[in-house]
Design a protein around this ligand. Sequence first.
Ligand code: HEM
Ligand code: HEM
Length: 157
Amino acid sequence: MIGLLALGWIMVQLDYFSPYYESAPALHYSLGILVFFLVLIKIIWQLAKPLPEHDDRLKTYELYASKIVHSILLLFMIIMPVSGYLVITAGSNDANFFGLFDLPTLFVVSKQVRDAATLFHTYFPFILVGFIVVHILAAIKHRFIDKMKTARDMWPK
Ligand code: HEM
Ligand code: HEM
């Protein structure tokens, strides 16, 4: 997600003469679609195998704050690729998935929906970055100051 944010901002600033004018967006679309499928797998995985218990030293407000921020991050991990996909497929669709196949246009959407998707995809990243910064600072605090086991729990055993 962090890579896609950076790539998104870099690619919209490239001019026609840049050697990455075509390859940067192509990579952005492919990685974005990949994220979407990985998130779907993650959600199914999580339904089958719930997340580990939280460290019991976590204060109640920290527990709820983390649940809210995690849910928002997860929501963005769906909204970003879906809005990007709608921007692409509602216009002249020339995107494909790592050169393997063209992205099919699954939904025919109105101009209003396309405009809304473009608006989301352009401005939501700023909100997302804010939540990611809070999330990373909290992870660093819990790991290095409070010495909690949360970060290590993410590693497969
Ligand atoms: C999955 C996570 C994704 C993230 C975090 C992300 C992030 C971004 C960012 C930060 C920009 C620059 C916005 C601007 O300043 O205009 C951007 C632009 C763009 N992205 Fe994505 N993107 C994602 C997925 C996708 C996907 C899956 C597609 C299409 C299949 C896509 C298509 C586009 C297009 C067409 C633009 C340029 C037009 C616009 O700004 O709306 N993105 N993206
Ligand atoms: C350097 C970057 C990052 C670090 C160090 C980090 C660290 C962590 C840690 C330690 C947890 C576990 C928290 C717990 O068990 O209570 C977690 C969970 C989570 N993180 Fe991150 N994170 C990072 C970036 C991101 C980004 C960019 C996103 C999405 C945009 C994200 C989304 C999530 C979500 C949704 C969870 C909830 C648990 C889950 O659904 O699996 N993280 N993160």
